[in-house]
Design a binder for this molecule. Structure first.
Ligand code: HEM
Length: 332
């Protein structure tokens, strides 16, 4: 092989390296890590098909606050309220699945696999199980040492597309990445409280949001009328659990649930992408894989910048401070 063709070939054989993360980070320290994670996720998915949605949302909320550092997993203490307790995170679910994976990994390779990588890999596996792309994701994230309730500043469901984009751009993502990642709303649910302003009395007009299909508005209005509860409905009214491009098709039929969803089909910057993904499921899945790798590399901590927690809910340092017996050698 000539020198020129060797150079052409080289990038294909080099491992994928992203912001100091690399594919197969645990190959020597915990070779079974990825298969353990897949096994636990698979077992859970067999009995709970809503797990992919739970993990997708958790991963997004983690990465958009202080980077993908598992700061969302820290439990509040009497002294300090953590991200988990912030308004937008109150309906985030799936924490006990992360605990289960962590337990299995601590048994196999103690203190090796970070909670931040667990969220990333478990999300990847769950997306594939739901019918989405099965992508390779680089690892090597550290767990963060900080989790403050005040740091949580996530966009709400009534932000405009351009307001939402300001937030995504600040994380190094493009409009196309944002429209692609919002395709995660092809799975999972929203509580009425996040969209009921659209279904019967939009902006005080006494009528539903004109950008919502009339029949859908009437149907949602009935569901949300249930007193003293906050019911949920599928964000993708066609295939609520499956990871497919039905979300985009529904948007073109004015059947988006939240305002931000529906606006993707009308805003000039996003409508072309929505139409294209509604027609091309393979292109959507491919873009989604790429955008998830980008999302997962947001402001990551590597090397000595963080730690590998032994319990994803508690900082290691804090654990030492509060349970000295566990870490000090016993006096003879
Ligand atoms: C501007 C951006 C976004 C806004 C305003 C937004 C807002 C919301 C809201 C209000 C809910 C309903 C939560 C509930 O009722 O419990 C929701 C659900 C969800 N979001 Fe987003 N989201 C955005 C972007 C994303 C991204 C980027 C992802 C993942 C990559 C994502 C994944 C999900 C999933 C999977 C659910 C369903 C959760 C479940 O079933 O428990 N969202 N989102």
């Amino acid at each position: 092989m000539g020198m020129k063709s060797l150079f052409l070939f080289l990038p294909l054989v080099l491992p994928l390296v992203l912001a100091d993360l690399r594919v197969g980070f645990y190959r020597s320290t915990c070779p079974q890590a990825e298969s353990i994670i897949l096994q636990v996720v698979q077992n859970r998915f067999n009995t709970d098909r809503s797990i992919p949605a739970a993990l997708l949302r958790m991963h997004f909320h983690d990465c958009f606050v202080r980077g993908c550092d598992a700061s969302i997993l820290i439990d509040s203490t009497k002294q300090k309220r953590s991200e988990k307790d912030a308004g937008p995170n109150q309906t985030v679910r799936g924490y006990e699945l992360i605990d289960e994976i962590k337990k299995a990994l601590e048994a196999a390779c103690p203190s090796m696999v970070s909670c931040a990588d667990i969220i990333t890999l478990a999300t990847r596996d769950a997306v594939a199980l739901a019918g989405g792309p099965n992508y390779t994701v680089p690892t090597g994230r550290c767990d963060g040492l900080v989790s403050n309730i005040e740091d949580v500043n996530l966009p709400g469901p009534t932000v405009t597309v351009s307001e939402a984009f300001q937030v995504f751009r600040a994380k190094g993502l493009t409009v196309a990445d944002m429209v692609t990642l919002l395709g995660a709303h092809t799975a999972g649910v929203a509580h009425c409280s996040f969209f009921e302003d659209r279904v019967s009395n939009f902006q005080g007009t006494g009528s539903p949001d004109p950008t919502m299909d009339r029949n859908l508005a009437a149907n949602l209005s009935k569901i949300c009328a249930s007193p003293n509860t906050d019911p949920t409905v599928f964000l993708d009214q066609s295939t609520g659990f499956a990871f497919d491009n039905e979300y985009y098709k529904q948007l073109l039929l004015k059947r988006g649930i939240m305002q931000i969803d529906q606006e993707l089909a009308t805003d000039r910057s996003s409508v072309g992408i929505v139409s294209s993904f509604a027609r091309k499921v393979i292109a959507f899945k491919q873009s989604f894989a790429n955008a998830m790798v980008k999302l997962g590399s947001t402001q990551v901590l590597v090397g000595n910048a963080g730690e590998v927690r032994t319990n994803c809910r508690v900082f290691n340092t804090q654990k030492r401070a509060f349970s000295p017996k566990k870490t000090r050698p016993r006096a003879l």
